[in-house]
Ligand binder design. Structure first.
Ligand code: AMP
Ligand code: MG
Length: 429
């Protein structure tokens, strides 16, 4: 057996090495609907007061508090969106709808159901006290002009996009989505739709990784399958370095005769680590390579491209993606803390620890008696994608001897948010 020349690095050191070598993408002004899930690159201050006029909070009548409980003569209607052309003088009132500007002179809006209207006169119900300012949103009461409303580094979700729209902005300055090229390597791989030859398997990693890229916020780019031949790998790699901001490959980084990727990455750039003390995923390799032009030649002046060469075993490639590529994509998106969503959970049964490597065990999560309980998805063989299909998270088990008893608390890296619903929640739908 051949021995790898790469030192085994810890998961923490490997992740720090990755994050120190990726940077937020360039800033673009994008239309709001294209900015969902992207990260603001600049602070946003309100360019106007919200509301920018005194606005009625209810449907009713705008009138003067000082007129007390007396009947008021109705002088007109003020609808939302209509220009202000009425005044409320002493002894008068204006019918008004929610969101309409309150006419000058009025200092209170009374709800329609707390008043009586008859033949052009409106009277507050007996005992209703009117206080100046009631049911009126003053100018700038939601947001004052100049106020800081969103900060650089904030991810834009529906509420943030709506916030920008309410200030009249059609575009947002965001870090652009990284284009993540994905290719598989291996002579045994067949593409979907092909008939399997002897010894062939379908390429599942590309489907997994392209989807994982999209889920992590990257823009996936399918670069196909490359055979285990030096020329083909070189051509494919050059193409990826010309097209994508980041490359994610799978296979070809173990110790076999045809594991040609690591030496190629060495020749073309810098390999920062080639083995990680983790299970699964030990052969994970991370390199940075100079960008290339469409002609395949090195493109000067462009930032180096991060290349993640993931192990070929389907589970290993998914787990290493989650632990290393996902945070890198988050950093490229401009998220300040590129950290991942970990949650402390309770073990539903005992787990055997590995004395040589930290383990990332695929688990399901359920809510039981106010606790979130993790259970293994079964055989954790790194070829068995079924251990990841249906998993809610990766349970982080430290490198140690022995057995971790049921009831212990450990962190889980969340893979989805399906577990948030309990079976009871489903019935109410
Ligand atoms: P390798 O790292 O290339 O030695 O691959 C390790 C194992 O993962 C082998 O059993 C491969 O057949 C399998 N494998 C590699 N690439 C893929 C892929 N794209 N889809 C499914 N299995 C793969
Ligand atoms: Mg291979």
């Amino acid at each position: 057996m051949r021995e790898s020349s790469y030192p085994l690095v810890s998961v923490e050191d490997a992740l720090a090495g990755v994050l120190s070598r990726v940077a937020p993408m360039q800033v673009r002004e994008l239309p709001l609907q294209e900015a969902l899930g992207l990260v603001l690159a600049e602070d946003v201050h309100a360019a106007l007061d919200l509301p920018s006029f005194r606005a009625a909070v209810v449907d009713g009548f705008a009138l003067r508090a000082a007129d007390g409980s007396a009947a008021r003569r109705l002088v007109g209607e003020q609808m939302a969106g209509a220009p202000l052309d009425l005044d409320v003088d002493a002894g008068t009132a204006v019918r008004i709808t929610t969101g309409a500007p309150v006419p000058p002179g009025a200092d209170v809006v009374i709800k329609v159901e707390l008043s009586d209207e008859e033949s052009g006169w409106v009277t507050p119900h007996q005992g209703e006290t009117l206080m100046a300012g009631q049911n009126i949103r003053p100018v700038g009461s939601d947001i004052a002009a100049g106020e800081l409303v969103l900060r650089a580094g904030q991810m834009l979700g529906p509420a943030e996009l709506g916030m920008l729209a309410s200030l009249g902005r059609s575009h947002a300055p965001v870090h652009r989505r990284p284009l993540v090229g994905v290719f598989s390597t291996g002579d045994e791989l067949a593409d979907f739709g092909q008939v399997l030859g002897p010894g062939q398997i379908y390429d599942s990693n590309r489907a997994t990784l392209l989807a994982a890229v999209a889920q992590a916020g990257g823009q996936p780019l399918d670069l196909g399958i490359l055979r285990d031949q030096p020329g083909e790998l070189e051509r494919g790699l050059a193409r990826g370095l010309a097209q994508a901001d980041v490359l994610v490959t799978s296979g070809g980084v173990s110790m076999g005769e045809l594991d040609l990727l690591k030496p190629l990455l060495e020749r073309w750039g810098a390999v920062h680590f080639g083995r990680v003390r983790m299970k699964p995923g030990k052969p994970l390799t991370f390199a940075t390579l100079p960008a290339r032009g469409a002609d395949g030649e090195i493109a000067a002046g462009q930032p180096a491209r991060p290349v993640f060469a993931l192990p070929g075993n389907p589970v290993s490639s998914l787990v290493t993606f989650q632990l290393f590529v996902r945070p890198a994509i988050r950093r490229m998106l401009g998220i300040g803390h590129a950290g991942l969503p970990f949650l402390e959970v309770t073990l539903g049964h005992s787990f055997r620890l590995d004395p040589e490597r930290a383990e990332f065990h695929r688990v399901t999560l359920t809510r039981e008696d106010g606790q979130i309980v993790a259970r293994s998805t079964g055989s954790q063989a790194s070829s068995r994608l079924l251990s990841a299909a249906g998993a809610d998270g990766l349970l982080v088990l430290e490198q140690a001897d022995g057995l971790l008893p049921a009831g212990s608390r450990r962190p889980v890296l969340l893979l989805n948010d399906n577990w948030l619903a309990t079976p009871e929640d489903d019935r109410s739908g």
